[in-house]
Design a protein around this ligand. Structure first.
Ligand code: SAM
Length: 465
């Protein structure tokens, strides 16, 4: 067992990545940290949790995460990769403390009305997919991520989630300058020094330094300033990090208060183990692994003074007939870009056009069709989307081994394969297969393929025999 270099041997750390001495020294100044108990918890096995997708139910028996309706704890870490339901978007593997977002969204009142929301630091999509499950179907979420590689994963996760009301953007927050006061809800899940990941991620331990904390704080300060300007009067900003540094957490709360933000108290039960951190009459919320079943997390929610603009009478600019594999009743406005047709909620078309003037909207809606030769074929995202026509035929219902073969890119044998078939597993849409007589050609996107050969963990508990 290795120990950090301060000589305080009671702070034992993991062999592969000891905790930085400066981090250990700072723990004493952190509200509710209880250094000894916390450091011990950082050496324990982290709990495993998932968040279920209400659009794609499947039978599961598991304990609920107390602060999240759809959050579930699992008794051990299974092989998620070899579960087709993960690829179908039936659940998202997410650390439980970060599901506290739900309480802030609840307190904001955003669930009572159609909301224009921005998830500014979106990848890989934990908060975005959570927002999509919480907000009304008439809401719109702009999921932004500045880093291109991470943005691809954000898009993949959003499309697998299947909600029709999301667009993917890829801008630095500075681009918000031209969108002053337009968003009802902004989530800033800021890039941070990552102390809350120390238990799960040895890299987080290795990269930590006091300089990193300072750099992160400077970036966060700028992001908060830009986000605040883009927030509508009466709108809510939710600021979170997965670190415990005062400079990155309570200092940002102080910044928001100085900008005129009104703190939003959250309906947190004392039994949950969340630490309340009070400054200048405002309360922020801290999660520690020794006090609750989850990792490190910080959250502060606040409102901008004023009245939210009414969003009830939005004119529908134009409705476009969707392709046949899409629900013909859905009120959509389709736009074409670089050989892909994107379906946007028609009621948000004008807002999306305005947003596209400022943010790099990489996917202005859900990609439903892609050009092939002179025609259009279904896009992979359409198979996974709630927008898909319920009566699409033919359908191929795959067993677990067949679904895994499909997700690895294999063709499916057939007697007479014609047209474009919807591939399903346990009733949930996965992807498409193209008829080619004696076989179905695989249309699962190659970047999404399973590359793992053998499981290093048990199967998921809901796996079919
Ligand atoms: N919200 C995500 C979720 O729940 O899955 C996690 C977000 S992660 C904590 C922070 C994200 O901010 C990263 O994806 C990172 O690429 C992005 N980021 C890094 N620098 C940024 C900057 N200067 N402005 C905005 N976002 C940035």
């Amino acid at each position: 067992m290795a120990h950090h270099g301060t000589g305080k041997r009671r702070f034992a750390a993991r062999d592969e990545a000891p905790l930085h001495p400066a981090f250990l020294e700072r723990l004493t100044g952190m509200p509710g940290a209880e250094p000894e108990a916390l450091v011990k918890a950082l050496d324990a096995v982290p709990p495993v949790s998932i968040r279920l997708n209400p659009l794609k139910p499947f039978p599961i028996q598991a304990d609920q995460v107390p602060w999240c309706t759809q959050g579930r704890y699992l008794p051990e870490r299974p092989s998620f990769t070899l579960d087709p339901l993960l690829h179908a978007g039936a659940y998202y593997v997410q650390e439980a403390a970060s599901m506290l977002l739900e309480q802030a969204v609840l307190a904001s009142g955003a669930m009572q009305r159609d909301t224009l929301a921005l998830d500014l630091c979106g990848a890989p999509g934990g908060k975005t997919t959570h927002l999509l499950s919480l907000l009304t179907p008439g809401s719109l979420v702009i999921a932004n991520e500045v880093e291109p590689g991470r943005r691809r994963i954000l898009a993949e996760n959003c499309w697998k989630w299947g909600a029709p009301n999301v667009a993917i953007a890829g801008s630095d927050p500075a681009a918000l300058e031209d969108l002053s006061g337009i968003f009802d809800l902004i989530v800033v899940d800021a890039p941070c020094s990552g102390e809350g990941l120390f238990r799960r991620d040895p890299f987080a331990r290795r990269q930590w330094s006091p300089q990193l904390v300072q750099q992160c704080a400077a970036v966060q300060q700028r992001i908060v300033e830009q986000a605040w300007d883009a927030l509508a009067p009466g709108g809510t900003i939710i600021y979170s990090t997965c670190t415990w540094e005062l400079e990155e957490d309570e200092a940002r709360m102080a910044q928001l208060l100085a900008l005129g933000a009104e703190p939003l108290p959250l309906p947190i039960s004392a039994a949950w183990g969340v630490v309340l951190s009070e400054r200048d009459g405002a309360i922020a919320y801290r999660c520690y692994p020794h006090r609750l079943q989850g990792e490190g997390f910080f959250l502060f929610a606040a409102r901008k003074p004023g009245q939210l603009p009414s969003r009830d009478a939005r004119p529908v600019i134009h409705r476009t007939d969707p392709p046949p594999w899409i629900d013909q009743q859905a009120c959509l406005s389709l736009v074409e870009r670089a050989g892909i047709r994107y379906a946007r909620p028609a009621a948000w078309a004008a807002a999306l056009d305005r947003i596209a003037g400022a943010l790099a909207l990489e996917a202005p809606g859900i990609p439903v069709a892609e050009r092939k030769g002179d025609g259009w074929v279904p896009h992979a995202a359409a198979a996974l989307s709630a927008l898909r026509a319920a009566d699409h035929r033919p359908v191929l219902d795959l067993s677990l081994p067949e679904a895994l073969a499909y997700l690895r890119g294999a063709a499916l044998s057939a007697a007479d394969a014609q047209g474009t078939a919807l591939v399903r597993h346990r009733g949930l849409g996965l992807g498409w297969a193209q008829g080619a007589g004696r076989r179905w050609n695989n249309r699962w996107p190659s970047p999404w393929r399973i590359r793992m050969l053998a499981a290093g963990a048990p199967p998921v508990p809901w796996s079919e025999p």
